[in-house]
Design a protein around this ligand. Structure first.
Ligand code: AMP
Length: 207
């Protein structure tokens, strides 16, 4: 309350949070890195893929709807994805910020994120893309599928479809943020620790 009154009179500025988009194709290491960054910087990871898999595991109506798209390697429709993300964000009013992992994947999602953060007096701090070449991604995803049993990682044609969807529908999201000077790319090849230290060095500059 006191903080809001001070903010109203411009005496105390609303604290800016660090909201990062960890960007890159399927298999580029976003999830692995997001978990490490969450611990180091006290941010909350929000992975729309994980949220869908949770719904799917519980066989909810949302999960059933998402499954038809996920199994084919297609994107779940924007209105479903955006609604789910909104419900998640509002559960964390007091965090230092978020790491969005696998979201936004389309321009409408990028616009929705902008508006959503705006209602909370926040904005996207940066988009960080992990750069990994296609053949390495296919190998990584097939290996992951053997361990995790994820249906969409088990089949090479579904994997290639996900990479095509990324190039056609998701890559423009990079341009969207690049045009407002918020996009950065780091090499996503190397050991998990090497990539993590590149990310840590970059992200430390935002605090
Ligand atoms: P991921 O774990 O991020 O690779 O996501 C697995 C699958 O969940 C994707 O292939 C899509 O079917 C779906 N999905 C996850 N995030 C999104 C999103 N932001 N928009 C649409 N579909 C998504």
């Amino acid at each position: 309350m006191l903080q809001s009154i001070l903010e109203f009179f411009g005496i105390k500025k609303k604290s800016k949070k660090v909201n990062l988009i960890l960007f890159g194709p399927p298999g580029s290491g976003k999830g692995t890195q997001a978990k490490k960054l969450e611990d180091k910087f006290g941010l909350i990871q929000i992975s729309t893929g994980d949220l869908f898999r949770y719904e799917l595991g519980n066989n909810t109506p949302l999960g059933q709807k998402a499954r038809t798209y996920m199994d084919k390697g297609q994107l779940v429709p924007d209105e479903v994805t955006i609604g789910m993300l909104k419900n998640k964000i509002v559960q964390f009013p007091d965090v230092n910020g978020f790491i969005f992992d696998g979201f936004p994947r389309t321009i409408p999602q990028a616009n929705a994120l902008k508006n959503l953060l705006l209602t909370m007096g926040q904005s996207v701090t940066a988009l960080i893309a992990l750069d990994v070449d296609n053949e390495e991604l296919v190998t990584r995803l097939l290996d992951r599928g053997k361990l995790s049993g994820r249906a969409d990682d088990a089949n090479e044609s579904v994997i290639r479809n996900r990479l095509d969807v990324y190039n056609e529908e998701t890559a423009p999201v990079y341009t969207f943020y690049n045009e407002i000077n918020l996009a950065q790319t780091i090499p996503g090849k190397g050991s998990i620790e090497e990539i993590n230290s590149r990310l840590n060095n970059l992200i430390s500059t935002f605090f």
